[in-house]
Design a protein. Structure first.
Lengths: 862, 171
């Protein structure tokens, strides 16, 4: 069929022309044949009409009849009694004959021959001259007979000559006629042959067409039967509907799927049979839209998910593929529908199962995280309290016991932190920082921190050659520190009286830096090498027990290394030692880092710190007691708040040097409290706030920072951490130019140019200058009153009012430092802390002097 | 029209019956010169076993007229005569072959069943005038040559015998 289909589709254009040509040829030949046939007929008729036989006979008869006339005359001459009727009759016959030759068109050609014409004329002259004699009475005629006979004999030659001429003429005539007939016959024959050829061609073409159409019919029948077989045996329901939505085809599978028999649905509107009530409107609208605009939304769009309804009313999901096709009755829509109830059900079950599994996993992870977290809070309390106990007078035995308790507690804390790290890493909650830092310093730091532990094992810590390119790199220092700490801690654990070294070098032409931790400890067996980075792997159970460890250390290293985009590995031999390597991308920074001038250790050694006024906001009683005891021992004055609300209230009223803010608290958490403190005009709006938190995720840190917190202290609080953070705050306050991790506190500025600019922009240059000038004059006159000697002429209330007034004005003109000092001053006056007045006055004098200079310049500049 | 044809049919039936009755009794005898002698297989006779006719007898019969050209004359000719079939009817001859012979002894045969022959007349007037022997008279069998091509054949021309004076009936 496919072979024939191409020419048959082309037929309309090409064959039409062919047909027209063929019909034209046929008509031409038919007309030709007809004309020639008519021609032949007329020629033959002429042949018949002009048949020379009778004509020639007639001509010959002339001679005969002349002789008969002569004979009759001779008879009459010989017998004078003889009746003359015969003479007269023979004359008449001859006369009639000549008359015929004269008049008949059979002889027209003959008559035109000069010889023949003269002969005829001669004969006619005789006849005309003889007529009076013949018609005369018998006596006259009888007397004239001999003379008449003589005349007649003279005619013999003329008549004979006429006769011969006739034969000659008619022979020529016949010959010409025959030639013409032959030619016409030949032409007719060739025309007829042409006609026959054209007819044969037509017959041939018709035969071919008949054969082709028969072949097509057979092919079509085959194709139809194949199609029927396909439709019938299809496992999918097949429906064909016309443009009006009437069902034309409904196969066996459709009967099974929908529960209707074919006879029930054929000719029925599809929408009434298999479309559920909820989709009917959309279906009808869709059909209408397609019929009106031809816009296809589902037709020919491949598989689409729909709902259908069975005879029994159950609605079920189907997967449909709809296409449109042309049929004899116009456009039809062919739909393949697959009942996907089972699949959808299975999918639902699968999804439920998966959801349950995921939920289970999550619950487990959550439990782990929550448990670890919840364990840290009491641990925090235990360890803090233990530190306090250790600072009291203890017997040597008690000191040993508490030391063991502290060590065990630290170990437990370590384990809990490990578990927490793992769960965070697995939950991908750990973000990798992209900070600038000094990797060499980190290595040194790690070495120093582990040195005491190493010494307890009799191990010596060695550092490899320093790679200068590691001094300023980009990466996550915290994670790197943790990785190296874990590897080093591991090495220390499995090495006794040995040497452990840390090496670091940048791989050639690469961002990657390889860190190696090498020991000459017990080593790892070949069979174990592959699994040591797995979780909870402990190789020598008894040894691990004594060394302590959860088996999570290397698992954490693996996760963190991968999180940083690095690789890790190990080479080891039993009894010889191990080499752990980690390759981490640490790009070289172009600009060198600003190094802090002091090392961390130096903070630890600073015993004496300036006494600070600290607000501790913490809901947990144990933590509160521990922290406040530690701070008090450091010589600081601590004010305690039991929750966020109380903390805010205190911070608004009194200015502190520092606020330590717990994050998770009932009613008002630390973040909200910080926001309130920072946003209001309270006494502590500029005071450094340090978060106390167990969660130190990067997200959290950002949240704290956004709220206005300056740093975070990760619980559990230890004396060391506390000392460090306090010294940082102190440093920042005493040396405003130093840049630590905190945002530069606003009160470092004398005059905030931004605020001043805004002020000027709002009021215009002239007016703002006048106001600034007024402010300066006013403050200059008030300043001596603020500097009042508290021991003599002292009225706290009026002083507070003055302070408040100047503070309000100072804010407007951007004199932030002045304002901060005044607010501080005011809050002390409010809380009757009169002891601070001299200090405030001293600072105030200095700041005012500077403020006055800056603002005066501002006016002068204009 | 219908009535007219009916009348015509009735009339012709009456005529046939009356002529049949007349011929059955006898054929009138000629009073003038005999111009046509019919011999052969005939049952109606008026002179021994012959049927002879003078001009008056022929003129007494239903005349028929044919206007036509002939190949022997010049221009359209009007011929008046008696139908050959009608003449034979008179002699109760409806079938057979006629052998016609002229004064000059020209002779030709024609079957009565021939379609052309059925249209032939035995003309005695040419252009309203009797025909002399010199003008192919006195009798001339004329066909309506101009009315159809089938009359313009050599056979028909050969049967158009002039100077006719004898007919012989062969059955």
């Amino acid at each position: 069929m496919s072979k024939n289909s191409r020419p048959s589709f082309q037929m309309p254009q090409n064959k039409l022309g062919g047909w027209v040509l063929a019909l034209l040829l046929l008509a031409v030949f038919a007309v030709g044949a007809f004309l020639y046939a008519a021609n032949v007929r007329s020629e033959i008729d002429e042949l018949a009409t002009a048949n020379s036989d009778s004509t020639q006979w007639s001509l010959a008869q002339t001679e005969v009849e002349l002789l008969s006339f002569e004979n009759a005359m001779m008879v009459a001459i010989a017998d004078p009694t003889k009746n003359l009727a015969d003479v007269r009759r023979q004359f008449d016959i001859f006369y009639s004959r000549v008359n015929t030759i004269q008049k008949s068109r059979q002889f027209s050609e003959l008559r035109q021959m000069p010889d023949a014409a003269s002969n005829v004329r001669t004969v006619q002259l005789f006849l005309d001259s003889a007529v009076p004699t013949i018609d005369a009475d018998d006596a006259t005629l009888r007397a004239a007979l001999p003379d008449l006979l003589d005349q007649t004999r003279v005619l013999d030659a003329s008549v004979r000559d006429l006769s011969l001429r006739g034969v000659e003429t008619f022979a020529k005539q016949s010959d010409a006629l025959r030639t013409r007939v032959a030619r016409t016959l030949r032409q007719a024959t060739s025309t007829t042959m042409g006609l026959i050829v054209v007819l044969l061609c037509l017959v041939f073409v018709l035969l071919r067409m008949v054969r082709a159409s028969r072949a097509r019919a057979v092919a079509q029948a085959l194709s139809n039967s194949r199609l029927n077989a396909v439709v019938t045996t299809s496992l999918d329901a097949i429906l064909v509907v016309d443009r009006h939505g009437k069902i034309l085809v409904f196969n066996d599978a459709a009967e099974q799927v929908f529960g209707y028999s074919r006879s029930e649905v054929l000719g029925q509107p599809m929408v009434d049979m298999i479309i559920p009530e909820s989709s009917k409107k959309a279906h009808t609208a869709g059909m209408k839209r397609y019929l009106e605009t031809g816009e296809k939304r589902v037709i020919g769009k491949g598989r689409i998910a729909l709902e259908a309804i069975r005879k029994d009313g159950t609605v079920f999901p189907v997967e449909a593929s709809i296409s449109s096709a042309q049929s004899q009755d116009g456009e039809v829509f062919v739909s393949y529908l697959r009942d996907v109830s089972a699949r959808v059900e299975a999918q639902k079950e699968l999804i439920e199962t998966r959801d349950k599994a995921v939920a289970g996993e999550k619950a487990k992870a959550d439990l782990l995280a929550v448990m670890s977290h919840e364990m840290r809070t009491p641990l925090n309390g235990l360890l803090g309290t233990l530190e306090l106990i250790q600072d009291t007078d203890l017997t040597p035995k008690q000191r040993d016991y508490t030391a063991i308790m502290a060590k065990s507690g630290q170990l437990l804390l370590h384990h809990v932190n490990d578990v927490l790290d793992i769960s965070r890493l697995d939950a991908r909650k750990m973000e990798i920082a992209d900070d600038s830092f000094d990797a060499n310093a980190v290595i040194q730091d790690v070495l120093e921190s582990q040195r005491p532990v190493a010494e307890t094992h009799g191990n010596k810590l060695v550092r490899g050659p320093v790679d200068k390119t590691l001094s300023h790199v980009k990466g996550d220092p915290t994670r790197l520190r943790q990785v190296l700490l874990n590897l080093l801690g591991n090495a220390i654990k499995f090495t006794n009286n040995g040497v452990i070294s840390i090496e670091a070098e940048r791989l050639p032409n690469n961002d990657r830096v390889e860190f190696r931790v090498i020991d000459n400890g017990i080593g790892i067996g070949e069979t174990d090498l592959a699994r040591i980075f797995d979780d909870f792997v402990t190789l020598d159970t008894s040894y691990i027990r004594s060394a302590g460890g959860t088996g999570l250390g290397l698992g954490i290293v693996r996760r963190m290394t991968h999180a940083m985009g690095g690789k890790l590995g190990v080479e080891s031999e039993l009894g010889e030692g191990s080499l752990f390597w980690v390759r981490i991308p640490l790009a070289v920074l172009d600009t060198p880092l600003e190094h802090p001038t002091e090392t961390e250790q130096s903070h630890d050694t600073v015993e004496m710190q300036k006494s600070m006024k600290i607000l501790l906001v913490e809901d947990n009683q144990i933590n509160r007691i521990v922290a406040s005891e530690m701070l008090a021992k450091g010589g600081h004055r601590v004010t305690q708040a039991h929750d966020g609300r109380e903390g805010v209230a205190l911070a608004q009223k009194t200015r502190f040097d520092l606020i330590l803010m717990d994050i998770s608290m009932p009613e008002m958490d630390g973040v909200s409290a910080t926001q309130i403190i920072r946003s209001g005009a309270g006494a502590c709006r500029d005071v450094p706030i340090i978060a106390l938190t167990a969660h130190a995720l990067p997200d959290d840190i950002k949240r704290f920072s956004d709220a206005g917190m300056n740093d975070a202290l990760i619980k559990p609080i230890s004396k060391r951490k506390l000392t460090k953070i306090l010294s940082q705050v102190h440093d920042t306050q005493s040396t405003p130019s130093a840049k630590g991790r905190f945002e530069p506190p606003k009160y470092e500025l004398i005059v905030d140019q931004d605020a001043l600019g805004t002020f000027r922009a709002n009021l215009g240059a002239e007016k703002s200058m006048a106001l600034i000038s007024d402010f300066l004059t006013d403050t200059r006159t008030h300043m001596p009153r603020l500097m009042v000697d508290m021991h003599s002429d002292f009225d706290p209330d009026s002083l507070q009012q003055d302070v408040h007034r100047v503070a309000g004005s100072a804010g407007i003109f951007g004199a932030v430092r002045l304002r901060a000092l005044l607010i501080d001053f005011e809050s002390d006056l409010k809380s009757s802390e009169y002891g601070n007045i001299p200090r405030h006055q001293k600072e105030l004098a200095a700041v005012w002097k500077e403020t006055d200079i800056i603002l005066s310049q501002e006016i002068g500049r204009e | 029209m219908l009535r007219h044809s009916f009348y015509a049919a009735f009339t012709s039936v009456v005529l046939v019956v009356s002529s049949f009755a007349a011929s059955a009794s006898d054929l009138a005898s000629p009073t003038g010169d005999v111009i046509l002698t019919v011999s052969g297989d005939i049952s109606v006779t008026n002179h021994d076993d012959l049927a002879v006719f003078d001009l008056a007898m022929l003129q007494a019969m239903d005349p028929e007229q044919i206007s036509t050209t002939t190949i022997w004359t010049d221009g359209t000719q009007s011929f008046t005569g008696v139908s050959l079939v009608g003449l034979m009817d008179t002699l109760q001859v409806s079938d057979g072959i006629l052998k016609a012979t002229a004064i000059n002894d020209y002779s030709v045969e024609m079957p009565l069943s021939d379609a052309a022959v059925k249209n032939a007349i035995v003309a005695y007037l040419n252009n309203g005038a009797p025909m002399s022997v010199r003008d192919k008279g006195p009798l001339w069998i004329i066909f309506p040559f101009d009315s159809a091509a089938s009359f313009q054949t050599e056979l028909v021309y050969s049967r158009s015998i002039w100077q006719l004076d004898r007919l012989h009936v062969l059955r």
